[in-house]
Design a protein around this ligand. Structure first.
Ligand code: RIB
Length: 316
């Protein structure tokens, strides 16, 4: 096993504007919430920070506006030791912003103004080809144009680099993209939406994962929050048990899962252990506020894993 994976994340960066509320407001309703909080976020940048804190050497490819929020987004990545040479700074659009409500159970509702994220083109990705080809794993999500995601996946796949794709926010996925994906990591809601299955049905994680695998990606992990995760693989399914925790803020838990997973798969850790590691990382992240701010560090994840020894993975 390598000591450290080289992970390249291609994706979004936002500034998260957060209010904690007793419950999510209904249409037409006004609710008094907590003080206003501001955190660096964006699914791509969150994955990058999670992978870096999990121990990987990370490069981030994305786009920010030539404005104060873009400068802050770049600074927070640099502070985590992440290479931002692939971040485009554009005067054509403002930096991405996410408006987030977090309710008393830690669940969130998010609306994103993508701004510069929407201006990240396949041509920019082509210019980052060398970076992609030097990686052990490439990590993607869907807050940038789908054609750009497709180009990054294509370049990685052609170079034999595994691709982890978190299909969030959920949208129809072209078959050509899925064929270039090694590990698709939807949560249960996204998995149900992608294949049209009812998420209340207890068989849905397995059925959705199998159906998504048949669409062309190599394997599918359905994340189940505090109920763990299910991984459908050609070499056999894996199931990871959940670790019930008191969730304060679930924002970014899926990003932490895929970033931590990539950090471990990229250094050659066996699938079973990498899955448990990612699951523990996500479980730790929901116990703190914010997205990037809540991503745990490697020693914290390993300590949490050690504390749950005896509840390790089982073959399905
Ligand atoms: O997954 C959480 C992220 O979604 C937030 O950080 C927000 O920026 C949105 O992109």
């Amino acid at each position: 096993m390598k000591p450290q994976a080289r992970v390249t994340v291609v994706g979004s960066t936002n500034m998260d504007m957060v209010v904690h509320v007793p419950k999510t407001p209904l249409p037409g309703e006004t609710i008094l919430g907590s003080d206003f909080l501001r955190f660096p976020g964006g699914k791509g940048a969150n994955q990058a920070v999670a992978a870096a804190r999990a121990g990987a050497k990370v490069s981030f490819v994305g786009a920010v506006g030539a404005d104060e929020l873009g400068e802050k987004a770049r600074a927070s990545l640099i502070a985590e030791g992440i290479d931002v040479s692939g971040v485009m700074v554009t005067a054509e659009g403002a930096s991405g912003v996410a408006l987030i409500f977090v309710d008393e159970s830690g669940q969130n509702s998010i609306a994103v103004a993508p701004g510069a994220n929407a201006l990240l083109t396949p041509e920019h990705i082509k210019r980052q080809r060398a970076l992609i080809e030097r990686s052990d794993v490439v990590v993607l999500q869907l807050e940038i144009p789908i054609t750009t995601v497709e180009e990054a996946a294509r370049l990685a796949h052609e170079a034999g680099i595994p691709v982890v794709l978190d299909p969030a926010p959920a949208q129809p996925l072209p078959d050509a993209l899925l064929r270039n994906v090694s590990v698709l990591t939807p949560n249960l809601l996204e998995a149900g939406q992608l294949v049209g299955l009812d998420t209340e049905n207890p068989d849905t994680p397995e059925r959705a994962a199998q159906q998504l695998s048949q669409l062309g990606c190599e394997s599918v992990i359905v994340t189940l929050g505090d109920e763990g995760a299910f991984w459908a693989r050609p070499t056999g399914n894996l199931r990871c048990p959940g670790h019930p925790v008191r969730a304060v803020d679930t924002t970014g838990a899926g990003d932490v899962f895929s970033g931590a997973l990539a950090a471990e798969l990229g250094r050659g850790r066996p699938d079973r252990e990498a899955l448990a590691f990612a699951n523990s990382a996500a479980g730790l992240s929901v116990q703190h506020r914010g997205a990037q701010t809540s991503a745990p560090r490697r020693h914290e994840i390993e300590a949490a894993l050690a504390a749950t020894t005896g509840r390790a993975l089982g073959d399905d």
